[in-house]
Design a protein. Sequence first.
Length: 272
Amino acid sequence: LRGSFNPVLLNVLYGLGPENPYPNQYTECEKAAIHFLKHVDDYHVDSSRIIVSGDSCGANFATRICQLLLSRSDLPRIHSQVLIYPGLQGMDFYLPSYQQNSKVPILWRETVIYFCCLYLNKTTSVINDVLESRHVPESIRQKYRKWVHADLVPEEFKARGYRPQEPGLYQFKPNVYEEMKDILEENFSPLFAPDETISKLPQTYILTCEFDVLRDDGLLYKRRLEDNGVPVTWVHVENGFHGVAILFGYGILSFPSAGRIVRETTDYIKGL
């Protein structure tokens, strides 16, 4: 980015767990964003062209921060959000992308829950129960089914190794819910934000990779945004996997898909 058109880049570093327990990461990112927006002139930034971006977990933060900033009428509005293979919900780990890519490096299906447990400072003994959706009360499942369900994923993404869930699979465990209920809140699952929030969001760039357990989170958020009239630019990398962009520029480790992600994302930002 700096080499192509010299924008002002602000990279937010936040305290990691377990020393900095959840939701410290969100509050630090939100505080940093608010401080920046209050002092844009100090950074010689055009307040009408501010973009919030992130990849993977960072895209989760960026998504939620954009939602939270909507209530701040005293601050400049975010011009666009750029979300690269975001993880956006903690309810359904049986979506097609989770089934199809359960053992695809670098982010396995079980690893997602393992990282969630570490991030939330919760016991990893609940991993299997969470994978089987036993942490989700029926009331919450029904409430968010209209936004998170395999039926909402386009059919072309179900051709490879997807099997619909059998009726009666869910066996809710209250103790698992009490341990992991944070992942069903909007801070962790910004895909659950209400329509009145989603409809006010800025134009959005979403990048998904075919071989990524988080692919369908991006597809479902794309659908929600479009259903609420938010302009979406969607890039799907057919031969990409989760985290591939970080390998860009590393010689033989730099996959062609990493180069495409960098080019597509840079072109989008330059065109704003």
